[in-house]
Design a protein around this ligand. Structure first.
Ligand code: FAD
Ligand code: NAD
Length: 477
């Protein structure tokens, strides 16, 4: 029986990062992963690399270029001839980027002497892991001092719109449409709905998003969400809030969706394709053998303590299969922290400073708490905002839509939340995350020199605005 210090189950961004860090720390490490691509082949990287973060960002980038080539050049005085879409080439590029990255992980595993097993891993008693190979070879058992569970998540399906892989698809299917649907329906105007809805809208589809909640992006700061909603609607995303889907009927020619609108009127929507993006749920089926007492919480996540320890000795769990935001970087940081804890070091994840990004155009990014959360918690705070329209760099870029909003403690000035809707928000938020990680204040950001002309000056100005001393806007008292 092969023996390891650590066996990791799952090679998504939580599991593969944990495995690499374990190996760096001198632990003999194996990683078992059961990902299967649509062609049946195995690849490392989990949802993030194969069907999530990376392929969606490739298509977001390509579709934005297509949009810019069609509509964004004239104001710069550039006349472009007929712009044509080669969707097959766009998909080829998507696959190439994914293959480069998943192949890169295989290379990193080799360099770090991590044994990779392509198969389904199941936790058994005494920290043994049974591997059932994907190629249907004989199962084998690995012995481990420590096991890290990183089996990730999968899309939630709803009985009123069952996925059939053709007309009704989940987020993975929605990355692979062979042609641009004329009419596209999306159930759920959350992160996936907005990102993938944007991709296909930019490529020419009419897109309708049916969202059950009456509020748009209820987890975001509502000032910022309101601006984003206006912007998305202007882009042609038909976002319908407070809509409850009651049924659907798929035929070869398309899908008819029945729903109740916000006024509780029965409505019907006819589309060529339908994406169901109503959230994801943890993958725990078959993860532990029947006689292993692995505790799950009330929502079905593997139950863990603050340090990612499960109910079983020397069994840890990280990433989407445990509580917290379903984000690649959150899982990776937990993976690093757990590896360090196993090696006797103090691992660390600051759950109060995890950035979130929605990669629409403009992008939406935030870290920390929203105004509503602060109000609910009774925290006294001050607000500083700065619009992109007052930023020289934003105007030079032709990207004047958006704002930076900073929330700071009224008494101590400590940063409590930073919310950005605007071009490159995904990159700009990093400054706020670092400042919050260091326990920084709005005054710290205000006293930091920012290069001119950059978009990051908007963060500087929003920080000045907390104290009503922004330079390039009128400060309201
Ligand atoms: P996963 O990436 O799901 O990996 C788990 C792996 O474990 C998989 O390979 C799975 O096959 C394998 N596995 C499961 N059970 C077993 C078993 N019993 N034995 C062996 N292997 C097993 N997050 C971001 O931060 N940024 C983004 O831009 C972003 N975009 C996204 C876009 C889309 C369309 C989707 C769907 C998700 C996106 N996410 C994004 C979320 C992100 O993909 C997840 O948070 C992340 O992949 C979770 O990492 P993980 O390692 O926990 O799980
Ligand atoms: P989500 O939670 O972001 O959005 C789901 C939306 O569907 C919500 O607004 C919810 O109110 C709505 N909804 C739920 N049931 C519904 C129903 N029956 N009818 C209509 N609307 C309904 O989930 P998602 O968009 O599926 O994404 C899943 C996870 O993947 C997210 O938690 C996110 O963290 C992660 N993800 C992250 C990124 C990113 O970081 N950029 C991108 C994609 C996905």
């Amino acid at each position: 029986m092969a023996k390891y210090d650590v066996v990791v189950i799952g090679a998504g961004p939580a599991g593969y990062v944990a495995a690499i860090r374990c190996a760096q720390l001198g632990l003999r490490t194996a990683c078992v992963d059961s990902w299967r691509n649509h062609d049946g082949g195995h690849a490392l990287g989990g949802t993030c690399l194969n069907a999530g973060c990376i392929p969606s960002k490739v298509l977001l980038e390509s579709s934005e270029l297509y949009q810019q080539a069609q509509h964004g050049m004239a104001e710069h005085g550039i006349t472009v001839g007929e712009v044509k879409l080669d969707l097959a080439q766009m998909h080829t590029r998507r696959r190439e980027v994914v293959e480069a990255l998943t192949g890169g992980i295989a290379g990193l595993f080799k360099t770090n002497k991590i044994d990779a097993y392509a198969g389904h891993g199941q936790l058994q008693v005494n920290n043994r892991v049974q591997v059932t190979p994907l190629d249907e070879g004989e199962p084998q058992v690995l012995e481990a001092e420590h096991v890290i569970l990183a089996s990730g998540s999968q899309p939630v399906d709803i009985s009123v719109a069952p996925i059939n892989g053709e007309q009704i698809v989940d987020s993975w299917g929605a990355l692979e449409f062979p042609e641009v649907p004329k009419r596209l329906g999306v159930i759920g105007a959350g992160v996936i709905g907005l990102e993938l809805g944007s991709v296909w809208r930019r490529l020419g589809a009419e897109v309708v998003l049916l969202e059950a909640q009456p509020d748009f992006l209820s987890l975001c700061d509502q000032d910022v969400a309101a601006q984003a909603l206006k912007s998305y609607r202007r882009q042609g995303l038909d976002i319908r809030l407070g809509c409850r889907v009651t049924g659907s009927h798929a035929t070869k020619r398309g899908v008819t969706v029945q729903y109740q609108d916000a006024e509780e009127q029965a409505q019907e929507l006819k589309v060529d394709r339908l994406i169901v993006s109503v959230g994801r749920r943890p993958c725990t089926e078959g993860l532990a053998a029947g006689d292993v007492d692995l505790e799950l919480d009330e929502k079905g996540y593997v139950d863990i303590d603050a340090n990612c320890r499960t109910s079983l000795p020397k069994v840890w769990a990280i990433g989407d299969v445990v509580r917290g935001p379903m984000l690649a970087h959150k899982g990776s940081e937990e993976g690093i922290a757990v590896a360090e804890r196993i090696a006797g070091q103090p691992g660390h994840v600051n759950y109060d400073a995890i950035p979130s990004v929605i990669y629409t155009h403009p992008e939406l990014a935030w870290v920390g708490r929203t105004e509503a959360q602060l109000q609910r918690a009774g925290v006294d705070y001050r607000v500083g905002t700065f619009p992109y329209a007052a930023s020289g760099r934003a105007l030079a870029l032709g990207e004047k839509e958006g704002l930076v909003k900073i929330l700071a403690d009224a008494a101590t000035d400590q940063l409590l939340g930073v919310h950005i809707f605007g071009h490159s928000a995904s990159e700009m938020i990093a400054e706020a995350v670092v400042a919050m990680e260091f326990g920084g204040s709005s005054e710290d950001l205000a006293r930091t020199v920012h290069a001119h002309p950059t978009l990051s000056e908007a963060v500087h100005e929003a920080a000045l605005a907390v104290d009503r001393r922004a330079i390039h806007i009128r400060n309201r008292r």
